[in-house]
Design a protein around this ligand. Structure first.
Ligand code: SF4
Length: 267
């Protein structure tokens, strides 16, 4: 996933997974003096939630002496997520706050990683996240997207930064235990919008399945892994081009974030 001379952009939200990953990467980095690491936090603008997370991310970076940069939805898109959610109401539930947030954050992270000339964008997605994403794509009828849910996502366009997910085979419960045993300072209360998301429903279903039938998460993840080569052939002819609105890479004429922002009249 990583080379001894990589410039690493590490996405840190302030939650247990990203703070633990930051600390582990920092420890590894000391053995590889040519590695450079910058931590990136995206401030979506979620009142009563994100301020605390940013402070925790900043504190952890400061303790380790890791450069920390914050990029906000407000400066990138002109509105905070809270402001965008108010505008989303006109769509009567067509787009959930979390879909909006996820799509805009992915774009913001890639732009931020590119801005610091990173070779790799490291995220702390765990096994649970990957299983939920795979199932979400299935439920949305967007199976081809699962071709891109993988531990190392090589860029298909020069404007994309290679994304790597070192924790993608580690269950969330084990990461929580690690963070507690390592006395990591992390944000414990969840985002206000989490309860409204389809991902959260899937989280509950998969957790119940795992409780009753241990091993289910690994089984689902390995099924998606085995399907991936076939899915990749399906999407191999898809051309990535520049979005006609913002110039960021996309499969269509216009990228998903711009399409969503247009829908609510922001663009
Ligand atoms: S729970 Fe939803 S709205 Fe909140 S940070 Fe996560 S994706 Fe964004």
């Amino acid at each position: 996933m990583l080379n001894p001379d990589d410039r690493i952009a590490m996405a840190i939200s302030g939650g247990k997974d990203s703070v633990s990953l930051l600390r582990i990467l920092f420890e590894l980095e000391t053995k590889f003096p040519r590695v450079q690491m910058t931590a990136l936090t995206i401030d979506e603008g979620i009142k009563g939630y994100r301020e605390e997370a940013i402070a925790i991310a900043a504190k952890n970076c400061e303790e380790l002496g890791v450069e920390h940069r914050v990029f906000s939805f407000k400066e990138l898109y002109g509105d905070t997520l809270d402001e965008l959610v108010l505008k989303l109401r006109s769509l009567r539930g067509e787009i959930s706050p979390c879909s909006f947030c996820g799509v805009l954050r992915r774009k913001a992270l890639n732009q931020a990683a590119r801005e610091i000339s990173a070779d790799k964008l490291v995220t702390a997605h765990n096994l649970d996240d990957e299983v939920q994403t795979g199932l979400l794509n299935l439920i949305h009828g967007d199976i081809a997207r699962n071709a891109r849910v993988e531990p190392i996502l090589e860029p298909q366009h020069p404007k994309f930064v290679t994304r790597v997910k070192p924790f993608c085979r580690i269950p969330e419960s084990e990461l929580a235990l690690y963070a507690l045993l390592d006395h990591v300072t992390f944000q414990t209360h969840p985002c206000t919008y989490r309860e409204t998301s389809l991902r959260n429903e899937i989280r509950h279903i998969v957790n119940r399945l795992e409780f009753n039938h241990p091993g289910v998460k690994y089984a689902i993840s390995s099924s998606f892994e085995r399907l991936r080569p076939a899915l990749k052939t399906m999407v191999s002819s898809v051309k990535i081009q520049d979005c006609s609105s913002c110039g960021e890479p996309t499969v269509g004429h216009i990228c998903k974030p711009c399409e969503m922002l247009q829908k609510i009249g922001v663009l």
